[in-house]
Write a protein that binds this ligand. Structure first.
Ligand SMILES: Cc1ncc(COP(=O)(O)O)c(C=O)c1O
Length: 471
């Protein structure tokens, strides 16, 4: 960017920014079924966006200078503890997002483990379907990882398999993670069995409910039978719950809740042996905007309990209608019955529909579903984050899904494994500024075909072409 010699006025800036957004998909309306969460309540969204702007310049680094920061954080944590039915002495913190909450949960476990084990590397025990945030945490914080396959019929991590792994690991395991639910398949793990195994071995158990916390809490209040996953389950020591997902807040806000205040202390950092101001950080960031937490607070106030109950009821109703429709479409099926509002679509046993081709055919009809490549024996799938607003579009969506499946049924699967070099050579130019091409099946098939050890380096190489800025 070269700066204009004379600064632009507000309307010129708004129009330039609108141009920059021109190729982005819409964040409202339910056509994009990943990354975005639309409660379908525009007045509440506007209240949240006003709060985001109003608090954007408040520095949440220092709640002694800006007391509003502690008030907002305490209110949000209190709400989260209530949703997760914590005991009176439970505590929490607000972070910038799910990944930061997961990393902080792992950090807290490392501090506790290291106090008792001065030597050696701790082990993080988790399902092969766990969110990648925990692999990132292990990478950053010096953990070895023990991944356990989920049950291949239910896609659930069982307590029994965790118990066996903990028996084998002896004292090396520091933390076990259960998902509620898993992002990829939308299944809540066997939290009671996993937490019981952790208790028996004297280690911590984190429940990753980043994406499901709000929906599970309000589905329960709506009278649905939800799988046990909160602090009423003995042995659950921490829970992550994102407000920028089904809390419907703008991006940048998540909760990390702890059954025990001593455990939270492991995430805090203080340093005063330098000549500047004494630093006390409750998260990875230091200077940070109070905007996202003010926005989450505003959203919660604008929706109220009844707003969340309605939002979750609508999203669940839409989810169940979509599943019922998928059950009727030949060649595809759901990987598992959704425990919340996430659906994974896979090919049926006859493999007549390639999920990646289906994604392109849906894209041509104006819907964005998220391709998930195969992983060891887990098949390629399409992920759907179903939202409250989806209830209004469910008829059109399911009609389009049936038509898209008809269009691609019996077409050969896109398979790049025979000609990886050719597939690389045909990659679209992601730097062209024209957005993604209409047909992405080839790109996903290439990722799918790459051997595991080259997948991540290849993804990094492709991604880095997007960031080309030079002086
Ligand atoms: C279960 C789960 N954990 C962690 C995360 C990471 O959250 P974020 O993308 O906010 O960092 C996600 C994101 O979808 C998730 O679904």
């Amino acid at each position: 960017m070269s700066l204009p010699e004379q600064g632009l006025d507000a309307s010129a800036i708004a129009s330039r920014l609108a141009d920059l957004r021109a190729d982005d998909p819409p964040v409202h309306g339910g056509r994009v079924l990943a990354y975005v969460y639309d409660a379908g309540m525009p007045e509440a969204t506007n209240a949240a966006l006003d709060a985001l702007a109003g608090f954007g310049e408040v520095n949440a680094l220092d709640p002694t200078t800006f007391p509003s920061v502690a008030r907002l954080e305490n209110d949000l944590v209190g709400w989260g503890l209530d949703m997760m039915r914590a005991a009176a002495d439970a505590v929490g913190l607000v972070s910038s997002g799910g990944t930061e909450s997961c990393i902080l949960a792992v950090l807290a476990a490392r501090e506790r483990w290291a106090a008792a084990h001065p030597d050696g590397r701790p082990v993080l025990v988790m399902a092969d379907t766990v969110h990648s945030a925990f692999h990132k945490a292990a990478h950053l914080l010096g953990f070895d990882v023990r991944t356990i396959p989920v049950d291949r019929a239910s896609f659930c991590l069982t307590g029994e398999s965790v118990r066996r792994a903990l028996d084998e690991l002896g004292g090396r395991a520091a933390l076990v993670v259960a998902s509620a639910p898993s992002y990829a398949h939308g299944v809540v793990d066997d939290v009671p069995g996993i937490a019981a195994a952790a208790l028996e071995h004297g280690i911590l158990c984190h429940v990753d409910s980043c994406i499901g916390g709000v929906t599970l809490a309000y589905a329960r209040l709506n009278g649905e039978a939800v799988p046990p996953m909160d602090f009423t389950v003995p042995g659950v020591s921490s829970i992550s719950l994102d407000l920028h997902k089904y809390g419907f807040a703008p991006k940048g806000v998540s909760l990390l809740l702890f059954a025990d205040a001593a455990y939270r202390m492991g995430t805090y950092f203080a340093f005063s042996a330098w000549p500047g101001y004494p630093v006390v950080n409750t998260t990875l960031q230091s200077t940070k905007s109070a905007g996202p937490m003010a926005a989450a607070w505003a959203m919660a106030q604008a929706l109220g309990d009844s707003g969340y109950r309605t939002a979750v009821r609508d999203a669940r109703a839409a989810t169940l209608r979509i599943v019922a429709a998928i059950d009727q479409i030949p060649g595809i099926g759901v990987v598992a019955r959704p425990d919340t509002t996430l659906i994974a679509i896979a090919a049926g046993p006859d493999r007549s529909v390639d999920p990646f081709r289906l994604a392109d055919a849906m894209r041509a009809r104006g819907w964005s579903l998220q391709p998930q490549p195969s992983c060891a024996d887990l098949p390629r799938t399409l992920h759907l984050t179903v939202q409250p607003v989806s209830l209004a579009t469910v008829g059109q969506f399911t009609a389009d899904l049936a038509a898209a499946a008809d269009e691609v049924r019996d077409m050969p699967w896109i398979d790049a494994s025979q000609d990886l070099e050719g597939a690389f050579a045909n990659l679209p130019d992601l730097t062209s500024g024209n957005g993604l091409p209409d047909e992405m099946a080839g790109v996903h098939a290439l990722i799918d075909a790459l051997p595991p050890e080259v997948r991540d380096p290849a993804l990094l190489a492709i991604f880095s072409t997007l960031f080309t800025a030079r002086r």
